[in-house]
Design a protein around this ligand. Structure first.
Ligand code: ZN
Length: 132
């Protein structure tokens, strides 16, 4: 059963503040519409829907630009670089072994996280009213 967006007032956080910020971030990270938390925000891997199918919020007005790749690289770099250094410190692994481990890990983490990070960015933009 689909919940009625007008039935539960707690579904819509305050107009500003930390509650709205974290609500938008959480809903966006789940790839849901940040406005209602029920409709899907994406129509594909990274394509944001023009409008939410559930509440009609105009999601297409938000432009994430290069923020999602930036934050994804920031996160993946902070995971991969310490990992590569830890493997390097544990012995004397060959360069081929290091590349064989960390190139696939980097690709998998980047491609796996990017759509969720983009959802988070969308949610933060919604929370802060950043459009266009
Ligand atoms: Zn919605």
């Amino acid at each position: 059963m689909t919940p009625d967006p007008h039935e539960t007032s707690h579904e819509y956080p305050p107009e500003s503040g930390a509650s709205r910020f974290f609500t938008g971030l959480r809903r966006g990270f789940r790839r849901k519409c940040p406005n209602c938390g029920h409709g899907l925000a994406f129509s594909g891997y990274l394509k944001i829907r023009e409008t939410c199918d559930f509440c009609g919020h105009k999601l297409g007005e938000y432009r994430c630009d290069d923020a999602p790749p930036y934050f994804t690289i920031l996160i993946v770099g902070h995971l991969v670089v310490p990992g590569a250094l830890a493997v390097e410190q544990s012995g004397t692994p060959s360069l081929a072994l290091q590349l064989g481990i960390w190139i696939p890990v980097t690709l998998a983490l980047t491609l796996g996280l990017l759509p969720f990070v983009k959802g988070g960015v969308l949610g933060v933009q919604w929370a802060m009213g950043i459009r266009g």
